[in-house]
Write a protein that binds this ligand. Structure first.
Ligand SMILES: *Cc1c(COP(=O)(O)O)cnc(C)c1O
Length: 449
């Protein structure tokens, strides 16, 4: 039996992030301002530091990781790559299953990889405070931690329903010094408007983003940080795929297919973009984003310009979208409940370079429980989407007798999500497929450009 855990030396943490824009067949569709005209870098200066804006617009293939950022990444990176022998045996599949485990970070997911970089660039630019939003709490925890490492104050607008359901995520943010505000709130115009229309509104990522952006734009000492979707976030996450590639090289392997959970696209970009360069060079590899049936952005959304938030304060991005006023159904993978998707991931999917699949909630938990019993790690509900797709692929291999090499991202652990496992184990979870009428209705809400 070959190794179960494939490790790298600290010296093998990547020195550069990989920018997929350099290898895309077509340049990315530009962002548009509220007037429908091309967004200028100047327009982003109210909320982002210059280095981040440069990364957002860059087509340079390799971008150096600052030393101080690498030093902090060393606290948990390189992240281990595992060969899931025991899962393979339980499935009786001839396929080889590998997974990259990002739950070893202090906040328990991949999100800290970008939080540290963003906090550093903001401190370098003289910024004192950051605002952000969080749904399930993963991003808010990550940015609180990163802020504390660089002496920045962090204010987090947390989607109200999660604020009630995830008290320990809130405690983590507060332990690291973050200030947590349930959203919609009375602190912002955007929040007040939502509450005026519906005092019991339980919030959404789209609303929380509006609140955080509005506050950052109104204060010169304050910037905004986003945990997914934008190009620079996907760039920062490429440490995942770059390490995984090296780890597979160590055991002389290469994936036939890669799965990653997809909410805003940072796992997809982070793991898959470094392999996409090989695909562009002619290598045969399938790259598959996995999303929930209840929020089927890539598989059933509209490919169109839309806002990233409810109030329409963000630039317009060409992406797959369910409409920016999407109010998510109460599914248990909070990190996947976003109406849109990364513009880069959307374009690559549109061009047939990436694939996508939507999976039902119950299947993801069933697979997550099997994974927990065989490999020990209890995955985050978001991560269970990739676990499920990988298991389905391994079962197809069992039928066809193909010994494929499967790789997936285990984006985080589920230690703060046990309430959702409780519900699953008690038989209280259901499948929910987002209705066609709602997808059709969203067309009418898309901005006309
Ligand atoms: C946020 C999150 C996701 C989804 O976000 P992407 O940007 O699409 O990767 C997946 N898994 C975990 C654990 C998360 O916290």
């Amino acid at each position: 039996m070959t190794d179960t855990k494939i490790l790298l030396d600290e010296s093998e943490i990547p020195t550069h992030w990989y920018n997929v824009v350099a290898d895309m067949p077509n340049p990315p569709a530009p962002y548009l301002g509220p007037d429908g005209q091309l967004l200028t870098p100047d327009a982003m200066q109210a909320i982002f530091p210059p280095a981040i804006i440069e990364q957002e617009m860059s087509s340079q293939r390799w971008i150096e990781i600052p030393n101080e950022v690498r030093e902090i990444l060393r606290l948990w990176r390189p992240a281990p790559l595992y060969r899931a022998h025991r899962l393979e045996q339980a499935l009786g599949t001839p396929a080889k299953i590998y997974f990259k485990y990002e739950g070893v970070s202090p906040a328990g997911s991949h999100k800290v990889n970008s939080a540290v970089a963003q906090a550093w660039y903001n401190r370098e630019a003289g910024i004192k405070r950051l605002t952000t939003e969080t749904g399930a709490g993963q991003w808010g925890s990550s940015l609180s931690l990163a802020g504390s490492m660089f002496g920045l104050q962090v204010r987090i607008y947390m989607v109200k329903v999660s604020h009630g359901q995830k008290p320990f995520r809130r405690s983590m943010m507060q332990t690291w010094g973050g200030e947590v505000i349930p959203s919609p709130s009375m602190h912002t115009e955007a929040g007040r408007r939502v509450l005026a229309a519906d005092p019991d509104n339980q919030g959404s990522l789209g609303t929380a983003i509006s609140e955080a952006v509005e506050e950052a734009a109104s204060r010169s000492d304050t910037n905004y940080a986003l945990g997914s979707v934008l190009n620079h976030v996907l760039l920062h996450q490429t440490v995942i795929g770059l390490e995984a590639k090296k780890q597979l090289e160590k055991v002389g392997d290469y994936p036939d297919v890669i799965f990653a959970p997809c909410g805003g696209g940072s796992n997809v970009g982070g793991m898959m973009f470094p392999f996409l360069a090989d695909k562009a060079a002619g290598r045969d590899i399938r790259l598959v984003a996995v999303e929930p049936d209840s929020c089927p952005t890539l598989t059933r959304g509209h490919y169109a310009y839309d806002f990233g938030d409810v109030a329409g304060l963000t630039p317009m991005m060409k992406m797959y979208t369910l409409g920016h006023d999407f109010m998510p159904p109460g599914i248990h993978a909070g990190g996947l409940r976003y109406h849109g998707d990364s513009a880069l991931v959307s374009q690559l999917y549109h061009e047939g370079i990436l694939e996508a699949v939507a999976v039902p909630q119950l299947g993801t938990f069933e697979s997550g429980v099997l994974f927990s019993k065989t490999m020990g790690i209890i995955p985050a509900p978001e991560s269970n989407h990739a676990v499920h797709a990988a298991i389905q692929e391994a079962l197809r291999c069992k039928e066809s007798g193909e010994a494929k090499t499967i790789l997936f991202t285990l984006s985080g652990h589920g230690h703060f999500d046990m309430a959702s496992y409780d519900k699953y184990l008690a038989g209280e979870l259901q499948n929910y497929s987002y209705p066609d009428e709602a997808i059709r209705a969203a067309l009418a809400t898309l901005p006309k450009v």
